[in-house]
Design a protein around this ligand. Structure first.
Ligand code: NAD
Length: 484
């Protein structure tokens, strides 16, 4: 049984018997595997004091020294990849191979990327002719709150923490209380990486207490948040009147547009992955497949064949494609959405229930079959609301204009994929689809330099590359007149 503790002022705090704790449950086995402290507003306040005190020291270091700390931490993540991956799988339910081969290595890449990026930044200067010179400074803003969700726990945690630290801010981070294990192990590794005390602090606990206090704390001017749209609205309502800088990465209802000339044979493995990887619990997963009616029959039969081949089972098994959903509560929510889809008149083309014949070790886990609905209207709740699970719908369209209109007909605008061999059409559609990120003949083809984020109710602001470096710094413009 792991007893999770907070990191403050460079020390892992000893678990205290006075502190209330919550269980952490392995969703594959339904067993309690750890306990996490129920953090308080006072825990946040102490962490913010530590981070504020460390700010002048950390922001005053040469960028190369900050980068060296981040590289050391990245090396420690790499050296502990197997342990971190196992923690991630036990905590979240994702297939072990996904955690070990993609997500934990990506956490190390996030650290290395921003450690490198901070050494290659530049400032602008404007020659005012005979009058003078203007130039810009980009300075760290102070204490940054980094609040992350449960679906890609360490991957998204480091996506926020790395640029915040690289740019010279100090951090109070709050991982999801549903999946706190990898952030806990990461914070232990951070104590070995040589950060000055107080630079990086982690407070575990519930969102409405620890997260809320971080958002409303007067000494935290910067908030980066990834999570649900309703939580984002609440954060914006608190942070807006305080004039805090916020980056909100929120939910999605992403379209997968299949054009009549799509190379279905080549594309199908990626299309299926785009819907069901990580049990559909990725914000960029496709959940509404829009198919040109000329290819509907061919698409549906190939797609359903491929989905039938997905193996749902023990996430430790190398053959497993889909593990359990993250929690019993979340499975309840997804099951309620499936029931609603049926009540709205949807036809189940496959799935809809819990898998039978699970291996003994995981027979009590929170599994669901990959589920495909057909025959639902665009304005049904199933086609409008984020489900965040292994549930997709298929709709037909007759013209590309109709495909674009349908893709845009939700309150969200996070991600989209277009499958076509016609590049001109791809450019045309991509420019018209209201989506922060569009992939053509690909999904989750990511480069850390590219902007990441959504429009409409999918978020405010962008992360990644230059955007992140700008977000975590305050730009100041200085103008000097030439003498005389
Ligand atoms: P959530 O909003 O419930 O929680 C996210 C984090 O916010 C958690 O750490 C939680 O404790 C904290 N939180 C909760 N209430 C808070 C409050 N009042 N103030 C401050 N913090 C608070 O989301 P979740 O269920 O953990 O994650 C799933 C959601 O995240 C989905 O909607 C998904 O689409 C979204 N998501 C978006 C992206 C993206 O990049 N756009 C990426 C991953 C997940």
């Amino acid at each position: 049984m792991i007893e999770i503790s907070n990191l403050r002022s460079g020390q892992m705090l000893e678990p205290s018997t006075h502190v209330e704790r919550m269980p952490v449950i392995n969703p594959a086995t339904a067993e309690i595997i750890a306990t996490v402290p129920v953090g308080t507003a006072e825990d946040v306040d102490l962490a913010v004091v530590a981070a504020r005190e460390a700010f002048p020291i950390w922001s005053g270091l040469p960028a190369s020294e900050r980068a060296a700390c981040l590289h050391r931490l990245a090396d420690l993540v790499d050296a502990n990849v197997d342990e971190l991956a196992r923690l991630e799988t036990d905590d979240n339910g994702k297939p072990l191979a996904l955690a070990r081969d993609l997500e934990i290595p990506r956490a190390a890449s996030n650290l290395r990327f921003f450690a490198g990026a901070i050494l290659h930044t530049k400032s602008e200067a404007y020659d005012l002719g005979g009058m003078g010179l203007s130039y810009s400074l980009h300075r760290p803003r102070g204490v940054a709150a980094c609040i992350s969700p449960w679906n890609l726990p360490l991957y998204l945690f480091t996506w926020k923490v790395a640029p915040a630290l690289a740019t010279g801010n100090t951090v109070v981070a709050k991982p999801s209380e549903v999946t706190p294990l990898s952030a806990f192990r990461f914070s232990q590794l951070a104590t070995d990486a040589g950060f000055p005390p107080g630079v990086f602090n982690v407070v575990h606990g519930r969102g409405d207490v620890v997260g809320q206090r971080l958002v409303e704390h007067p000494d935290v001017p910067t908030i980066t948040f990834t999570g649900g749209t309703s939580t984002g609205a609440r954060i914006a309502a608190t942070a807006g009147p305080m004039f805090k800088r916020t980056s909100l990465e929120l939910g999605g209802k992403n379209a997968v547009v299949i054009c009549e000339d799509a190379d279905l044979e080549a594309a199908m493995p990626t299309i299926v992955r785009s819907c069901f990887q990580n049990q559909g619990e990725i914000c960029t997963c496709g959940s509404r497949i829009l198919v040109h009616r000329d290819r509907m029959k061919a698409f549906v039969s190939r797609f359903l064949d491929s989905v039938a081949g997905l193996k749902v089972g023990d996430p430790l098994d190398a053959e497993t494609d889909m593990g359990p959903l993250v929690s019993a509560d979340h499975r309840d929510k997804v099951e309620a959405a499936i029931a609603r889809g049926k009540a709205e008149g949807g036809t189940l083309a496959c799935g809809g229930g819990r898998p039978t014949h699970l291996p003994d070790r995981v027979k009590d886990g929170f599994f669901l079959e990959p589920t495909v609905f057909m025959g639902l209207d665009q304005d049904s709740r199933t086609n409008q609301e984020e489900i965040f699970g292994p549930v997709v719908t298929i709709q037909g369209y007759d013209s590309h204009g109709e495909a674009v209109d349908r893709a845009n007909a939700t309150p969200y605008g996070l991600a989209c994929s277009i499958w076509t061999r016609d590049l001109e059409r791809a450019h045309r559609m991509a420019a018209r689809i209201e989506s922060g990120m569009t992939w053509v003949n690909a999904w989750m083809l990511r480069d850390l330099r590219t902007p990441f984020g959504g429009m409409k109710q999918s978020g405010v602001g962008r992360e990644g590359g230059e955007e992140a470096l700008r977000f975590f710094t305050e730009t100041r413009s200085i103008t000097i007149a030439h003498p005389g």
